[in-house]
Design a protein around this ligand. Structure first.
Ligand code: ATP
Length: 870
C-alpha cells in the first residue's frame, strides 16, 4: 500500500476499517498487541546497578577507596582488625545507595509528569467519537483533527475543510502546507508534497478534517528520523548548571585546602596513611558533589506539589523562572471569567428592539436566534432526565440554548436548513460564517465581533446598534453581531473576502460570563507580591474594562488600549506606556508577542497565557508560557512551559507562590550544605595549624558527612512554602542564589561552626599527648550536632519561633534519624571503639551540647538585624 497514492477506498480496505464507524474496540485491542504502542522508542532506563556503579565514578571516592584498601593491607600486615577501612567502605556504599534512591525519586517524579502531559487523540471507534491516549492508537483508526491539534500518527485524510498543516518539524518548510483529502499524489512525491496526508510531529494550523491512521510509533515518518536523531539529552536547568559550576569551584578550593592540610601533616610527622585518609575523607565530605542531584529532587518534588494545584510544569527551568515572575498577562474568557456564557439580551435591528431572553421572544428576535444558532458548531444535548450537556464553544452553546428555549431546536434547524459551506471562527478574524440552504436560497450567515462585522455591513442601521453595544458592553456583557446575505452559488473554496462582505445587519446577542470568584483574591495577592496583572482579550474594550475593574486589575489611572490603537503605536511609544496599560482589548493573538517583548524590555519576567495555534509564538517568547489545559490546543501546550489543568488564572498565582517557595528551599539546602562544609574544612585546617593533630579521623569525618549532608539537607528542600513569600517583591532575573551578601554570611557561619568545634576539641583534651581521643570525641559531637542546629537555623530567614520547629515533619524526622545514628556511635561501646571515640564526662557532654546550640541564638540575633535592615 502506498498510503498517499492509492485510492482512498483501497487504503481503507487495506487497513480493514470503516470511515464512519472506525474500528471496533476488540479489533483495536488486537491490533495494539500486533503493532505495539504508538510511541517512539525511548532510550533504555538505567538499572539500579548501573546507577549504583555510577556513584563510584567520582575521582575522590575512588581515591578514598584506594586509600582504604591500602589501610586494609597495612592493618592486616600489622595484625590489627581492619575496622577503619571496612567502615569507610560501608559508609561509601550507604552514600551510594542514598544517591541511587535520590536519582530514582527524581526520575519517578519526572516520569509521572511526562504521563500527565501525554498526548490524547480524538478517534472514532464502534461508531462513537471518543478521546483516548494517543499511545493506544493503531493503524486503521479514524481520527478527528482540528486546528491546533498535532496529528498523533501518520494518516491519510478522508475529509478536510480549509486544512493547513505546519510540517516544519519534518520538512523544514516553515510555510504551512495546504491539505486536501481529494488531492491526487504521485507515488514518489516528496513528504512536503503529499497533500492528502498528515504526519505525526506536525500540527494542524488551520481548518479541520478526518483521517485514517496509516502508521504508528516507529513506523511513522517521525519514527524513521527519530532513529537517526541523536538521543535527546535531558538538559540541566540554568540553576543546576550554576550550582554544578559552584560545586566545581568549591571542590577545587576544598581540594587545595586538603592538599595543604596533607602537607602540613606530613611536615609534622603525622603518619602518611592517616594524614592521607583524613585529607581525602575531608575532600569527599566537603565537595558538594551531590548538590545538582539534590536540586533535581527539590525541583521534582516542587513540580509534584504544583500538579496538585493544577499546574503542570513541562520544563524544569520554568520552576525557577516562575519564582521571579513580575508580570502576568492573562486572557479573559475562561481564565479570569468562568466561560459559562448565558445569553441574556438580544437586539433585533429590524424593529430596533432590545429584549431579555425568555422562552417566548418576539418574532424578530426568534429569527435572529434561528440564524445565530445555524451559524454555531457548539451543541446542547439534553438527556432523558432533562440534564443539559454543553459541547463545544460556550459562546455558541449559549446561543444554541437561547434558541432552544424559544422552541428552535438546533438539530431540527440543521436538518431543515442544511449547511452547505463554512468559514470556521478564528481569533484573528473574530468572525464565523456558514452558508445554509433556507427556503431554497443560499444564505450566508456571519456572526462575530460587532466592530469587525459592522465594517462589512452595507445595509442596516449599525450606528443605532453601536449604542446598544456600548451600553451592553459597559455592563460586562459579551456582544456578538449577526448579519447575512443571499448568494447564488456556493463557492467551492470559500474565502472571507467573498462571503464576509456586503452584508445585511440583523441584530445583536449579549451574554454574561461571570468572573471566577477566586480571581479577585488572586489579583490582590499579586499586588501584594509586586506582580502586575494585565488582561489581554479579543473581547470588546468596554466589556473588558468592566470586568477588569470588577476584578481589581484596572485601577485609577490605568489605561485600556484596543488592538487598533496598539497597531498605531510605535515600539518606543509602547515601551513608554506599557507600565500603565492594564487592559488590551480586541487584540489578536499575534499582538501578544509585542506586549511580551515590551514588558521584557522593561526588565520584567513575563508569564503569558494562551490556548490557540496563534498563541504559540507568544507562549514561546514569554518567560513562562501558560497553556490552557481544557480549552488549549496541542500546539499551545507544546509551546508553553506550563499547562493550567483548570484554565484558571489563580492557578498561575499559586504556581508563582510555589516557584518562590522552591527557589527558597534550594537556597536553604545550598546554604546549609555550604556553611557546614566550610565549617568542616576550617576545623581540620586550623586544628592542624594550631595543634599539629588531626582533629577528626577519616571515618569520623565520613560519618558526620553521612548523617548531616543527606537526610537533613534533602528535608530542607521540602520545607513548606513560607507564609510571607507573597509579601516580597519578585526577585530580579539576574538575582542569583548568593544575592544580598548570602555568600559572606555562609562563610561567617561556617567559621563559627569551626571555632565551636575547635573549642570542643581543646576542651576534650585535644592538643595534649593522651587527650586526643577525648578531643576528637568532643569535636565529633559538636561538629555534627551544631550542623543539626544549623539545619534548624536554615529553615527560614525569619525567626525559628515564628516559623515553628514543627513546620516540616520531614525535617524533624531526618534530624531524629541522624541524631540516633550519632548517638549509636557515641554510646554503644563496640561502635564507639571502632570509631576510635571515647566516653566523656557528664560535664563534657553538657559542654558539647552547649557549644552545639550556640549558633541558634547567634543566628536568631543576626536574623532580627537582617529583617530590621530590610
Ligand atoms: P480571550 O482572548 O480573553 O479569551 P475572547 O474569548 O473574547 O477573549 P476570542 O475568542 O478571540 O477572544 O474572541 C474574540 C471575539 O470574537 C469575541 O469577543 C466575540 O465577539 C467573537 N467570537 C468569539 N467566539 C465566537 C464564535 N464562536 N463565533 C463568532 N464570533 C465569536
Amino acid at each position: 500500500m502506498i498510503a498517499h497514492h492509492d485510492q482512498l477506498q483501497d487504503v481503507l480496505k487495506e487497513l480493514g476499517t470503516d470511515p464512519k464507524t472506525g474500528l471496533s474496540a476488540s479489533e483495536a485491542t488486537s491490533r495494539l498487541a500486533k503493532y505495539g504502542p504508538n510511541k517512539l522508542k525511548e532510550k533504555k532506563k538505567k538499572t539500579n546497578l548501573q546507577r549504583f556503579i555510577e556513584q563510584f565514578k567520582d575521582t575522590m571516592i575512588l581515591i578514598l577507596l584506594a586509600a582504604a584498601a591500602v589501610s586494609f593491607g597495612v592493618s592486616i600486615s600489622e595484625g590489627h582488625a581492619p575496622y577503619e577501612s571496612l567502615l569507610i567502605l560501608a559508609i561509601v556504599i550507604v552514600n551510594a545507595i542514598i544517591g541511587v534512591m535520590q536519582e530514582n525519586k527524581a526520575e519517578k517524579a519526572l516520569d509521572a509528569l511526562k504521563n500527565l502531559t501525554a498526548p490524547k487523540s480524538r478517534v472514532v471507534r464502534d461508531g462513537k467519537e471518543m478521546v483516548i491516549d494517543a499511545v493506544s492508537l493503531v493503524p486503521g483508526d479514524i481520527i478527528v483533527l482540528d486546528a491546533g491539534d498535532m496529528p498523533p500518527a501518520d494518516a491519510r485524510l478522508i475529509e478536510s475543510a480549509n486544512m493547513r498543516s505546519d510540517e516544519s518539524a519534518l520538512t523544514g518548510e516553515s510555510v504551512a502546507a495546504e491539505k486536501n483529502a481529494n488531492a491526487h499524489v504521485v507515488p514518489d512525491a516528496a513528504l512536503g508534497d503529499r497533500f492528502n496526508m498528515v504526519y505525526s510531529g506536525c500540527s494542524i494550523s488551520y481548518g479541520r478534517g478526518r483521517a485514517v491512521v496509516t502508521g504508528t510509533g516507529m513506523e511513522t515518518e517521525m519514527g524513521k528520523i527519530a532513529s537517526l536523531l541523536s538521543e535527546e539529552n535531558e538538559l540541566d536547568t540554568p540553576l543546576q548548571q550554576k550550582l554544578a559550576q559552584l560545586g566545581k569551584s568549591l571542590g577545587i578550593m576544598a581540594l587545595i585546602a586538603c592538599a595543604v592540610i596533607f602537607v602540613i601533616g606530613i611536615i609534622d610527622d603525622i603518619p602518611v596513611l592517616e594524614m592521607f585518609m583524613t585529607s581525602v575523607s575531608l575532600a569527599v565530605s566537603a565537595i558538594p558533589e551531590g548538590l545538582p542531584a539534590i536540586v533535581t529532587v527539590v525541583l521534582a518534588i516542587g513540580v509534584q506539589r504544583m500538579v496538585k494545584r493544577n499546574a503542570i510544569v513541562r520544563r524544569l527551568p520554568a520552576v525557577e523562572t516562575l519564582g521571579s515572575a513580575s508580570v502576568i498577562c492573562s486572557d479573559k474568557t475562561g481564565t479570569l471569567t468562568q466561560n459559562r456564557m448565558t445569553l441574556t439580551k438580544a437586539y433585533a435591528a429590524s424593529v430596533d428592539a432590545l429584549e431579555n431572553i425568555t422562552t417566548s421572544n418576539s418574532e424578530a428576535v426568534r429569527a435572529l436566534l434561528q440564524y445565530s444558532s445555524l451559524c454555531c458548531d457548539g451543541k446542547i444535548e439534553i438527556g432523558s432526565d432533562g440534564t443539559e450537556h454543553h459541547i463545544g464553544d460556550p459562546t455558541e452553546t449559549a446561543i444554541v440554548l437561547a434558541a432552544h428555549r424559544n422552541g428552535l431546536t438546533q438539530k431540527i434547524l440543521n436538518e431543515k436548513y442544511p449547511r452547505l459551506s463554512e468559514l470556521p471562527f478564528d481569533s484573528e478574524r473574530k468572525l464565523m460564517t456558514t452558508v445554509n440552504s433556507i427556503d431554497g436560497k443560499n444564505i450566508v450567515i456571519v456572526k462575530g465581533a460587532f466592530d469587525v462585522l459592522a465594517e462589512r455591513v452595507v445595509s442596516g442601521d449599525v450606528e443605532k446598534a453601536r449604542k446598544v453595544v456600548d451600553a451592553l458592553s459597559s455592563d460586562a456583557l459579551r456582544v456578538l453581531g449577526v448579519a447575512y446575505k443571499v448568494i447564488d452559488t456556493v463557492p467551492e473554496q470559500p474565502t472571507s473576502d467573498e462571503l464576509e462582505n456586503g452584508l445585511t445587519f440583523m441584530g445583536l446577542v449579549g451574554m454574561i460570563d461571570p468572573p471566577r470568584p477566586e480571581v479577585r483574591d488572586a489579583v490582590s495577592l499579586c499586588k501584594k507580591a509586586g506582580i502586575k496583572v494585565v488582561m489581554i482579550t479579543g473581547d470588546h474594550v468596554a466589556t473588558a474594562q468592566a470586568i477588569a475593574k470588577d476584578l481589581g486589575i484596572m485601577a485609577a489611572g490605568d489605561e485600556a488600549v484596543t488592538g487598533k490603537e496598539l497597531a498605531a503605536m510605535s515600539n518606543a511609544e509602547l515601551d513608554k506606556r506599557v507600565r500603565h496599560i492594564s487592559v488590551y482589548a480586541r487584540v489578536s493573538p499575534t499582538d501578544k508577542i509585542r506586549i511580551v517583548k515590551a514588558w521584557q524590555e522593561q526588565g520584567e519576567v513575563v508569564a503569558m497565557t494562551g490556548d490557540g495555534v496563534n498563541d504559540a509564538p507568544a507562549l514561546k517568547a514569554a518567560d513562562i508560557g501558560c497553556a490552557m489545559g481544557i480549552t488549549g490546543t496541542d500546539v499551545a501546550k507544546g509551546a508553553a512551559a506550563m499547562t493550567l489543568t483548570d484554565d484558571n488564572f489563580s492557578t498561575i498565582v499559586h504556581a508563582v507562590r510555589e516557584g518562590r517557595g522552591i527557589f527558597d528551599n534550594i537556597k536553604k539546602v545550598v546554604s546549609y550544605l555550604l556553611s557546614c562544609n566550610i565549617g568542616e574544612v576550617l576545623t581540620v585546617f586550623f586544628a592542624m595549624l594550631i595543634w599539629r593533630q588531626t582533629p577528626l579521623l577519616s571515618m569520623q569525618l565520613l560519618w558526620i558527612n553521612l548523617i548531616t549532608d543527606s537526610l537533613p539537607a534533602i528535608s530542607l528542600g521540602v520545607e513548606p512554602v513560607e507564609k510571607d513569600v507573597m509579601d516580597r517583591k519578585p526577585k530580579s532575573r539576574s538575582e542569583g542564589i548568593f544575592a544580598n551578601g548570602l555568600g559572606l554570611q555562609l562563610a561567617l557561619q561556617g567559621t563559627m561552626l569551626a571555632i565551636l568545634t575547635l573549642i570542643a576539641f581543646y576542651l576534650g583534651g585535644g592538643g595534649t599527648e593522651g587527650g586526643i581521643a577525648g578531643g576528637r570525641t568532643m569535636a565529633f559531637m559538636v561538629l555534627s550536632m551544631s550542623q543539626f542546629v544549623q539545619s534548624f537555623n536554615m529553615k527560614s530567614a525569619r525567626s525559628l519561633f515564628k516559623v515553628g520547629v514543627r513546620s516540616n515533619p520531614n525535617h524533624l524526622l531526618a534530624v531524629a534519624v541522624s541524631a540516633t545514628l550519632l548517638a549509636l556511635v557515641l554510646f554503644v561501646p563496640p561502635l564507639t571503639r571502632i570509631f576510635e571515640l571515647t566516653a566523656l564526662t557528664g560535664g563534657q557532654y553538657l559542654m558539647a551540647v552547649g557549644l552545639a546550640l550556640f549558633p541558634f541564638p547567634v543566628l536568631e540575633i543576626a536574623k532580627a538585624f537582617n529583617l530590621a535592615r530590610h
